[in-house]
Design a protein around this ligand. Structure first.
Ligand code: IDP
Ligand code: MG
Length: 139
């Protein structure tokens, strides 16, 4: 089934000039870009996005990193896009991520793992709406 997912290249990925490499992998795998923009997350927005992680030991560091510089956010569309993106990203920790995945090939540490992708169709709907207005999405 064709579906949408919300993806962003994190500040470490943008800083390391890996934005094109990461987007290119998704495009080459058949995912279509419906929307794309660079932005810097405010603390309030980051806290909303990562609400489920509030209170965890890595939470403060996560918010600090994700707001530290620009990200490149996009909506990708394709067959099982949520699952496809998650499998192309690889495991959360680059040490556990398989070769051939973005994090496995390019990730440095769990805090610097380059990319975010929605974890379910329901999360994707919420995240797409949080990052983009309806008229920013291509048909
Ligand atoms: P995900 O990005 O693979 O969905 P989540 O468990 O949702 O992983 O965690 C969100 C983000 O929080 C991760 O991408 C990573 O940047 C950070 N994170 C998660 N677990 C840890 C940890 O144990 N140490 C440091 N950072 C973590
Ligand atoms: Mg997650």
């Amino acid at each position: 089934m064709t579906e949408r997912t919300l993806v962003f290249v994190k500040p470490d990925g943008v800083q390391r000039n890996l934005t094109g490499e990461i987007i290119g992998r998704f495009e080459r795998n058949g995912l279509r870009i419906l929307a794309l923009k660079m932005l810097t997350m405010s603390r309030e927005f980051a806290e909303m996005h990562y609400e489920v992680h509030r209170g965890k030991p890595f939470y403060a560091e996560l918010i600090k990193h994700i707001t530290s510089g620009p990200i490149v956010a996009m909506v990708l569309d394709g067959e099982d896009a949520v699952k496809q993106v998650r499998s192309m990203m690889g495991a959360t920790s680059p040490a556990d991520a398989a070769p051939g995945t973005i994090r496995g090939d390019l990730g440095i540490a769990t805090e610097l793992n380059l990319v975010h992708g929605s974890d379910s169709a329901e999360t994707a709907r919420i995240e797409v709406a949080n990052f983009f207005t309806e008229d920013e999405l291509a048909e």
